[in-house]
Structures are given as structure tokens and as C-alpha cells.
Write a protein of this length. Structure first.
Length: 266
């Protein structure tokens, strides 16, 4: 009975040559697969590497135009030839609606360098066309105050001192000037070229004062300038006459005075 069982087991089990042949065939198939993948990898490397889908312009995009999804196409470029600033297909939503600042030809890949940084782009859109951005010192108190923030409006006053003989004057130079940014104690404000010239002259020859306006207060008033006379009336101090304004004796009077003094001498 035992001999019969051993014979059945030995008869059902594959022989050693068959096992070896199967293992050899399996190893051959694996070797061929590895060789195939290696050849494909070499071909891929020789062709520039894995292809990446990038965004291209279907038609020419002019300077100042905004990107629309209908004007965008897709092109696959090997990694070795991919521009470092190329915009990939996965980033398409980040550029739709944004303005380009360089000309983009048809079928040309879009680059991140064609756009300003988002924060700078928002700043450019905030500064209206035809306006100029200039800094104004606002002092520590206004810089830390919660009443002045980007987007608010200010008035700029100037005080001129003309000297002792002419007195001084204060006037409202500019009204409703918008503040776009505050950096420490400096406010970046938007002005027209003419306003910028006026403020530059006033800052060079006088002293500026900043006053914060209510955002809803858009009316510009015609304000008169203020002097000692306008504020104090008759109590205003009289101007001090200069030495050059003192009356001088004529040569004839001087000669008569000299002759009379000689006659009085013994």
C-alpha cells in the first residue's frame, strides 16, 4: 500500500528537467521584457525625455490683451526641450483672464514671464492710466493710525514762509488724493503729472501737512489761503521793515550838513 502511494506521488509530480525548462523560459521572458523597457527608455532619453503638455497660443495675442480659454491650445514638448518658464496644462486656470505684457505669436508656448506677478499685476491695475505714483512722508502717527489705510483719500496742505518782510501763508494744495500703499511712514499716492509738479515745488520750498478724508467725501472745495491778516485781522503782527527799506539821505543834504558843522567850529 505504501509503495503504491509513493508511486502515485512520484508519477504526478513534474520531473526536474521540466521544472528547469520552465524556470529558464520564465527567466528568458523576464530578460526580454527588461531589455524591451530598457530600449524604450533609451529611445525616450534620446528623443528628449518624457513629453509634457504645455499651453500654446492658437492665434496671436497682442500686448495688453487678456487670456481667454478659447485662445489656448495644447502641445507636448520633451522634457529636455521644455522652457523653464513654460506654462503647463495643469496651470491653465491660473492664467485665464490675466493680461499679457508681451506679444505672443501663434503656436508659441506661453511663459510665466509674459505676465507680471499677481501682486504686481493688481498694483498696476490699481494705478489708473495717466496717473503717477509718488511717495509722501506721513509720519509715525498717521502710519500707525487705523484711520488711514490703502484706498483712502487725503488732502495735502502746504505752508510757505516768505521771510520777516512778507510773512507766511498756508493753503490747501491738493484734495482727494488716493493712497495706494503704506510702507512704514511713507504713503504711495496717485497723482496726475500736473499735481506731481505742484507738490514737488511745494515740498521743496515749504512744509507739507497731510489730512485724511472720508472715502465718501468726494467734493473738492475752493478754499482760500490763510495768512496772519486773514486769521487775526488787526491783531496780526506788522511786518518788520528791512534795513534796505530805510530812507537814505541825499548827497545834497549831506553836503549842507557838513558845511554847517564846519561853520560852527571855532
Amino acid at each position: 500500500m505504501a509503495d503504491q502511494t509513493d508511486a502515485e506521488v512520484s508519477g504526478s509530480a513534474p520531473s526536474k528537467p521540466v521544472v528547469r525548462l520552465g524556470l529558464a523560459a520564465l527567466c528568458g521572458v523576464m530578460a526580454m521584457a527588461l531589455l524591451y523597457f530598457r530600449e524604450q527608455q533609451l529611445l525616450l532619453e534620446q528623443s528628449g525625455g518624457q513629453r509634457v503638455a504645455v499651453i500654446v497660443a492658437k492665434s496671436e495675442i497682442k500686448v495688453g490683451d487678456r487670456i481667454s480659454a478659447e485662445n489656448l491650445g495644447v502641445y507636448e514638448i520633451p522634457t529636455a526641450y521644455l522652457h523653464i518658464n513654460a506654462i503647463r496644462l495643469t496651470d491653465q486656470d491660473k492664467i485665464v483672464g490675466r493680461k499679457v505684457y508681451r506679444r505672443i505669436r501663434q503656436n508659441q508656448p506661453l511663459l510665466w514671464s509674459e505676465f507680471d506677478a499677481p501682486d504686481r499685476e493688481r498694483a498696476n491695475e490699481t494705478l489708473a492710466k495717466g496717473m503717477r505714483l509718488t511717495p509722501i512722508t506721513i509720519g509715525d502717527h498717521l502710519a500707525k493710525s487705523r484711520y488711514l489705510a490703502p484706498g483712502d483719500f487725503i488732502d495735502i496742505l502746504v505752508h510757505f514762509n516768505f521771510g520777516q518782510d512778507r510773512g507766511s501763508m498756508t493753503m490747501t494744495l491738493l484734495q482727494h488724493v488716493q493712497v495706494l500703499e503704506i510702507i512704514n511712514q511713507v504713503a504711495m499716492v496717485a497723482m496726475t503729472p500736473g499735481q506731481l509738479e505742484q507738490m514737488n515745488f511745494a515740498r521743496s520750498h515749504g512744509t507739507l501737512t497731510i489730512a485724511v478724508r472720508n472715502r465718501e467725501d468726494i467734493e473738492k472745495s475752493d478754499l482760500p489761503s490763510q495768512t496772519f491778516q486773514s486769521l487775526l485781522g488787526n491783531l496780526a503782527p506788522l511786518p518788520v521793515p528791512s534795513v534796505s527799506a530805510a530812507p537814505q539821505a541825499s548827497p545834497v543834504s549831506s553836503a549842507r550838513a557838513n558845511s554847517s558843522s564846519r561853520k560852527q567850529e571855532p
